[in-house]
Write a protein that binds this ligand. Structure first.
Ligand SMILES: C[S@@+](CC[C@H](N)C(=O)[O-])C[C@H]1O[C@@H](n2cnc3c(N)ncnc32)[C@H](O)[C@@H]1O
Length: 228
């Protein structure tokens, strides 16, 4: 059962869309700039930071699909990355009328971005689709708690849950232990959250934690490295 209020469309300071949850002081992205935030947290410090040529990405909290769209954009402009296998977890798909309001198709200047947006939002759970010959996408319609994957096969995890005040159960020892076990050696987890308690939890499951400069409106973000 979805216990969150119905989301509403909102234009952030860089002109790009996000969704807000009225009454909860919670939103899908920073109101200082959704595309700007996603580019700095997940693309710059996650996808671009990784040196893996055939990269497996896991996103926790797919939501609007913005991180996937920007990963695709960065991938098609990349000289070093040869393929992307993108898996996204989302238990609460966004209703069609709200998806239609998101302006990423206009705000992201990228080849066939319209088609990519449509494909990722109409995909069927657990069915891998090819967005291009070298970019595949799988949506998993479940919670991260239910998600089962026995292999440590991911190079990068985008951990993009609602904040600890809204959804404390997402920021637990058990979930970070699971994230750690799903990463390959030298894998990385990136998140916008820089709370001390979250960083201590990441350390306690084995991550080497880095504090990195955040996007406007946010002093720091966090990257955890699985160094073994
Ligand atoms: C901060 S928002 C999403 C941001 C998203 N990456 C985007 O760019 O739109 C958090 C997302 O986590 C999803 N979520 C809620 N509970 C979850 C759970 N138990 N497991 C995985 N995702 C969850 C929400 O539905 C929401 O889409």
């Amino acid at each position: 059962m979805n216990l969150f209020p119905r989301a509403e469309h909102f234009i952030t300071a860089d002109g790009s869309s996000t969704l807000i949850l009225p009454g909860l002081n919670e939103q899908y992205h920073s109101i200082h700039g959704a595309i700007q935030e996603s580019n700095i947290v997940y693309i710059q410090n996650g996808f671009n930071y990784s040196e893996v040529a055939d990269i497996n990405i896991l996103e926790i909290g797919f939501g609007t699909g913005l991180n996937c769209l920007l990963t695709y954009t960065s991938f098609i402009n990349s000289k070093s990355c040869k393929s992307v296998n993108y898996t996204a977890i989302e238990p609460l798909p966004i209703p069609f009328d709200l998806l239609e309001k998101l302006n990423y198709k206009n705000e992201i200047n990228s080849f066939k971005i319209n088609d990519v947006f449509r494909q990722i939002h109409s995909s069927i759970s657990n069915e891998k689709i090819q967005i291009t010959d070298h970019f595949s996408f799988t949506l998993i319609s479940s919670t991260v708690q239910e998600f089962q994957d026995s292999e440590a096969k991911y190079d990068v995890i985008y951990f993009d849950a609602f904040g600890p005040d809204t959804q404390p159960e997402m920021w637990s020892f058990a979930i970070f232990e699971k994230m750690y076990s799903l990463l390959k050696p030298n894998g990385i987890l990136v998140t916008y959250c820089a709370k001390g308690a979250v960083k201590r939890l990441l350390k306690s499951v084995g991550f080497k934690v880095e504090n990195l400069p955040g996007p406007p409106g946010k002093r720091e973000i966090t990257r955890g490295l699985k160094q073994i």
